[in-house]
Design a protein around this ligand. Structure first.
Ligand SMILES: C[S@@+](CC[C@H](N)C(=O)[O-])C[C@H]1O[C@@H](n2cnc3c(N)ncnc32)[C@H](O)[C@@H]1O
Length: 212
């Protein structure tokens, strides 16, 4: 099902790169966390890469890192590949990956890091659990799981804008919507990760979880 999101209207440049305003806005604060927590180099799996803007921006800045963009929707691959061409040699060809399915991490083992931006609120709870389990399984011991997005805190949205967005998602599909941060962090801890939280702009959070 195709969701109506507040700013899903991405413009496209002639070379096929799509530009999502939200990815433009949150790239700098997310990159700041990545610079802070990631070691000098490694392999990073990105789930739900969308337009590919983040992959290009982050891989260009994080010189030692090799990026693996993925998405459930192959329609995004043209844009991801076009963005990847702006950072030659840093970004693998996009791969189809439904991170909401159980067991997807079997094909992705020993990674140094896994990142997902703005996915968990768009999928059902069971699919979100599969995302968390897969990310926890895919990274090596000492590897890092990074999850960015909006969350409920103590079961509630943090602002009127968040409440309205969460309600609009649930109106489109009662199975989806913001996940509670305490449940998400408890699940990651139960999978053997040391979980830290970073406050991000616009009431978002970045989960930074180290596999013990
Ligand atoms: C709001 S966009 C975020 C894209 C990108 N991470 C960003 O922040 O710009 C959500 C993305 O999740 C992808 N997606 C939705 N369900 C998915 C799933 N089960 N597994 C992997 N990707 C999924 C969509 O195709 C879309 O590209």
């Amino acid at each position: 099902m195709s969701l109506r999101l507040p700013d899903s209207g991405a413009g496209t440049t002639p070379d096929g790169r799509r530009h999502a305003p939200s990815a433009e806005r949150n790239a700098a604060p997310i990159l700041s966390v990545l610079r802070d927590v990631l070691p000098p180099g490694g392999r990073l799996l990105e789930l739900a890469s969308g337009t590919g803007q983040h992959a290009a921006r982050f891989a260009a800045d994080l010189a030692g890192w090799h990026w693996h963009p993925t998405d459930v929707n192959p329609e995004n691959f043209g844009s991801i590949a076009a963005w990847a061409a702006t950072s030659p040699g840093r970004i693998a060809a996009p791969v189809a990956l439904d991170a909401g399915q159980p067991g997807w991490a079997a094909g992705w083992q020993g990674l140094d890091a896994a990142l997902v931006v703005n996915l968990l609120h768009l999928i059902p709870e069971t699919a979100a659990i599969n995302v968390l389990d897969g990310m926890a399984a895919a990274v090596r011991t000492g590897g890092i799981v990074l999850i960015y997005g909006p969350f409920l805190r103590d079961g509630r949205p943090t602002s009127e804008g968040d409440a309205a967005f969460d309600a609009s998602l649930r109106a489109q599909d009662p199975a989806i919507g913001y996940k509670d941060i305490a449940r998400v962090t408890a699940h990651l801890a139960a999978r053997g990760l040391d979980v830290q939280l970073r406050e991000m702009p616009a009431n978002n959070l970045m989960i930074v979880a180290f596999k013990l």
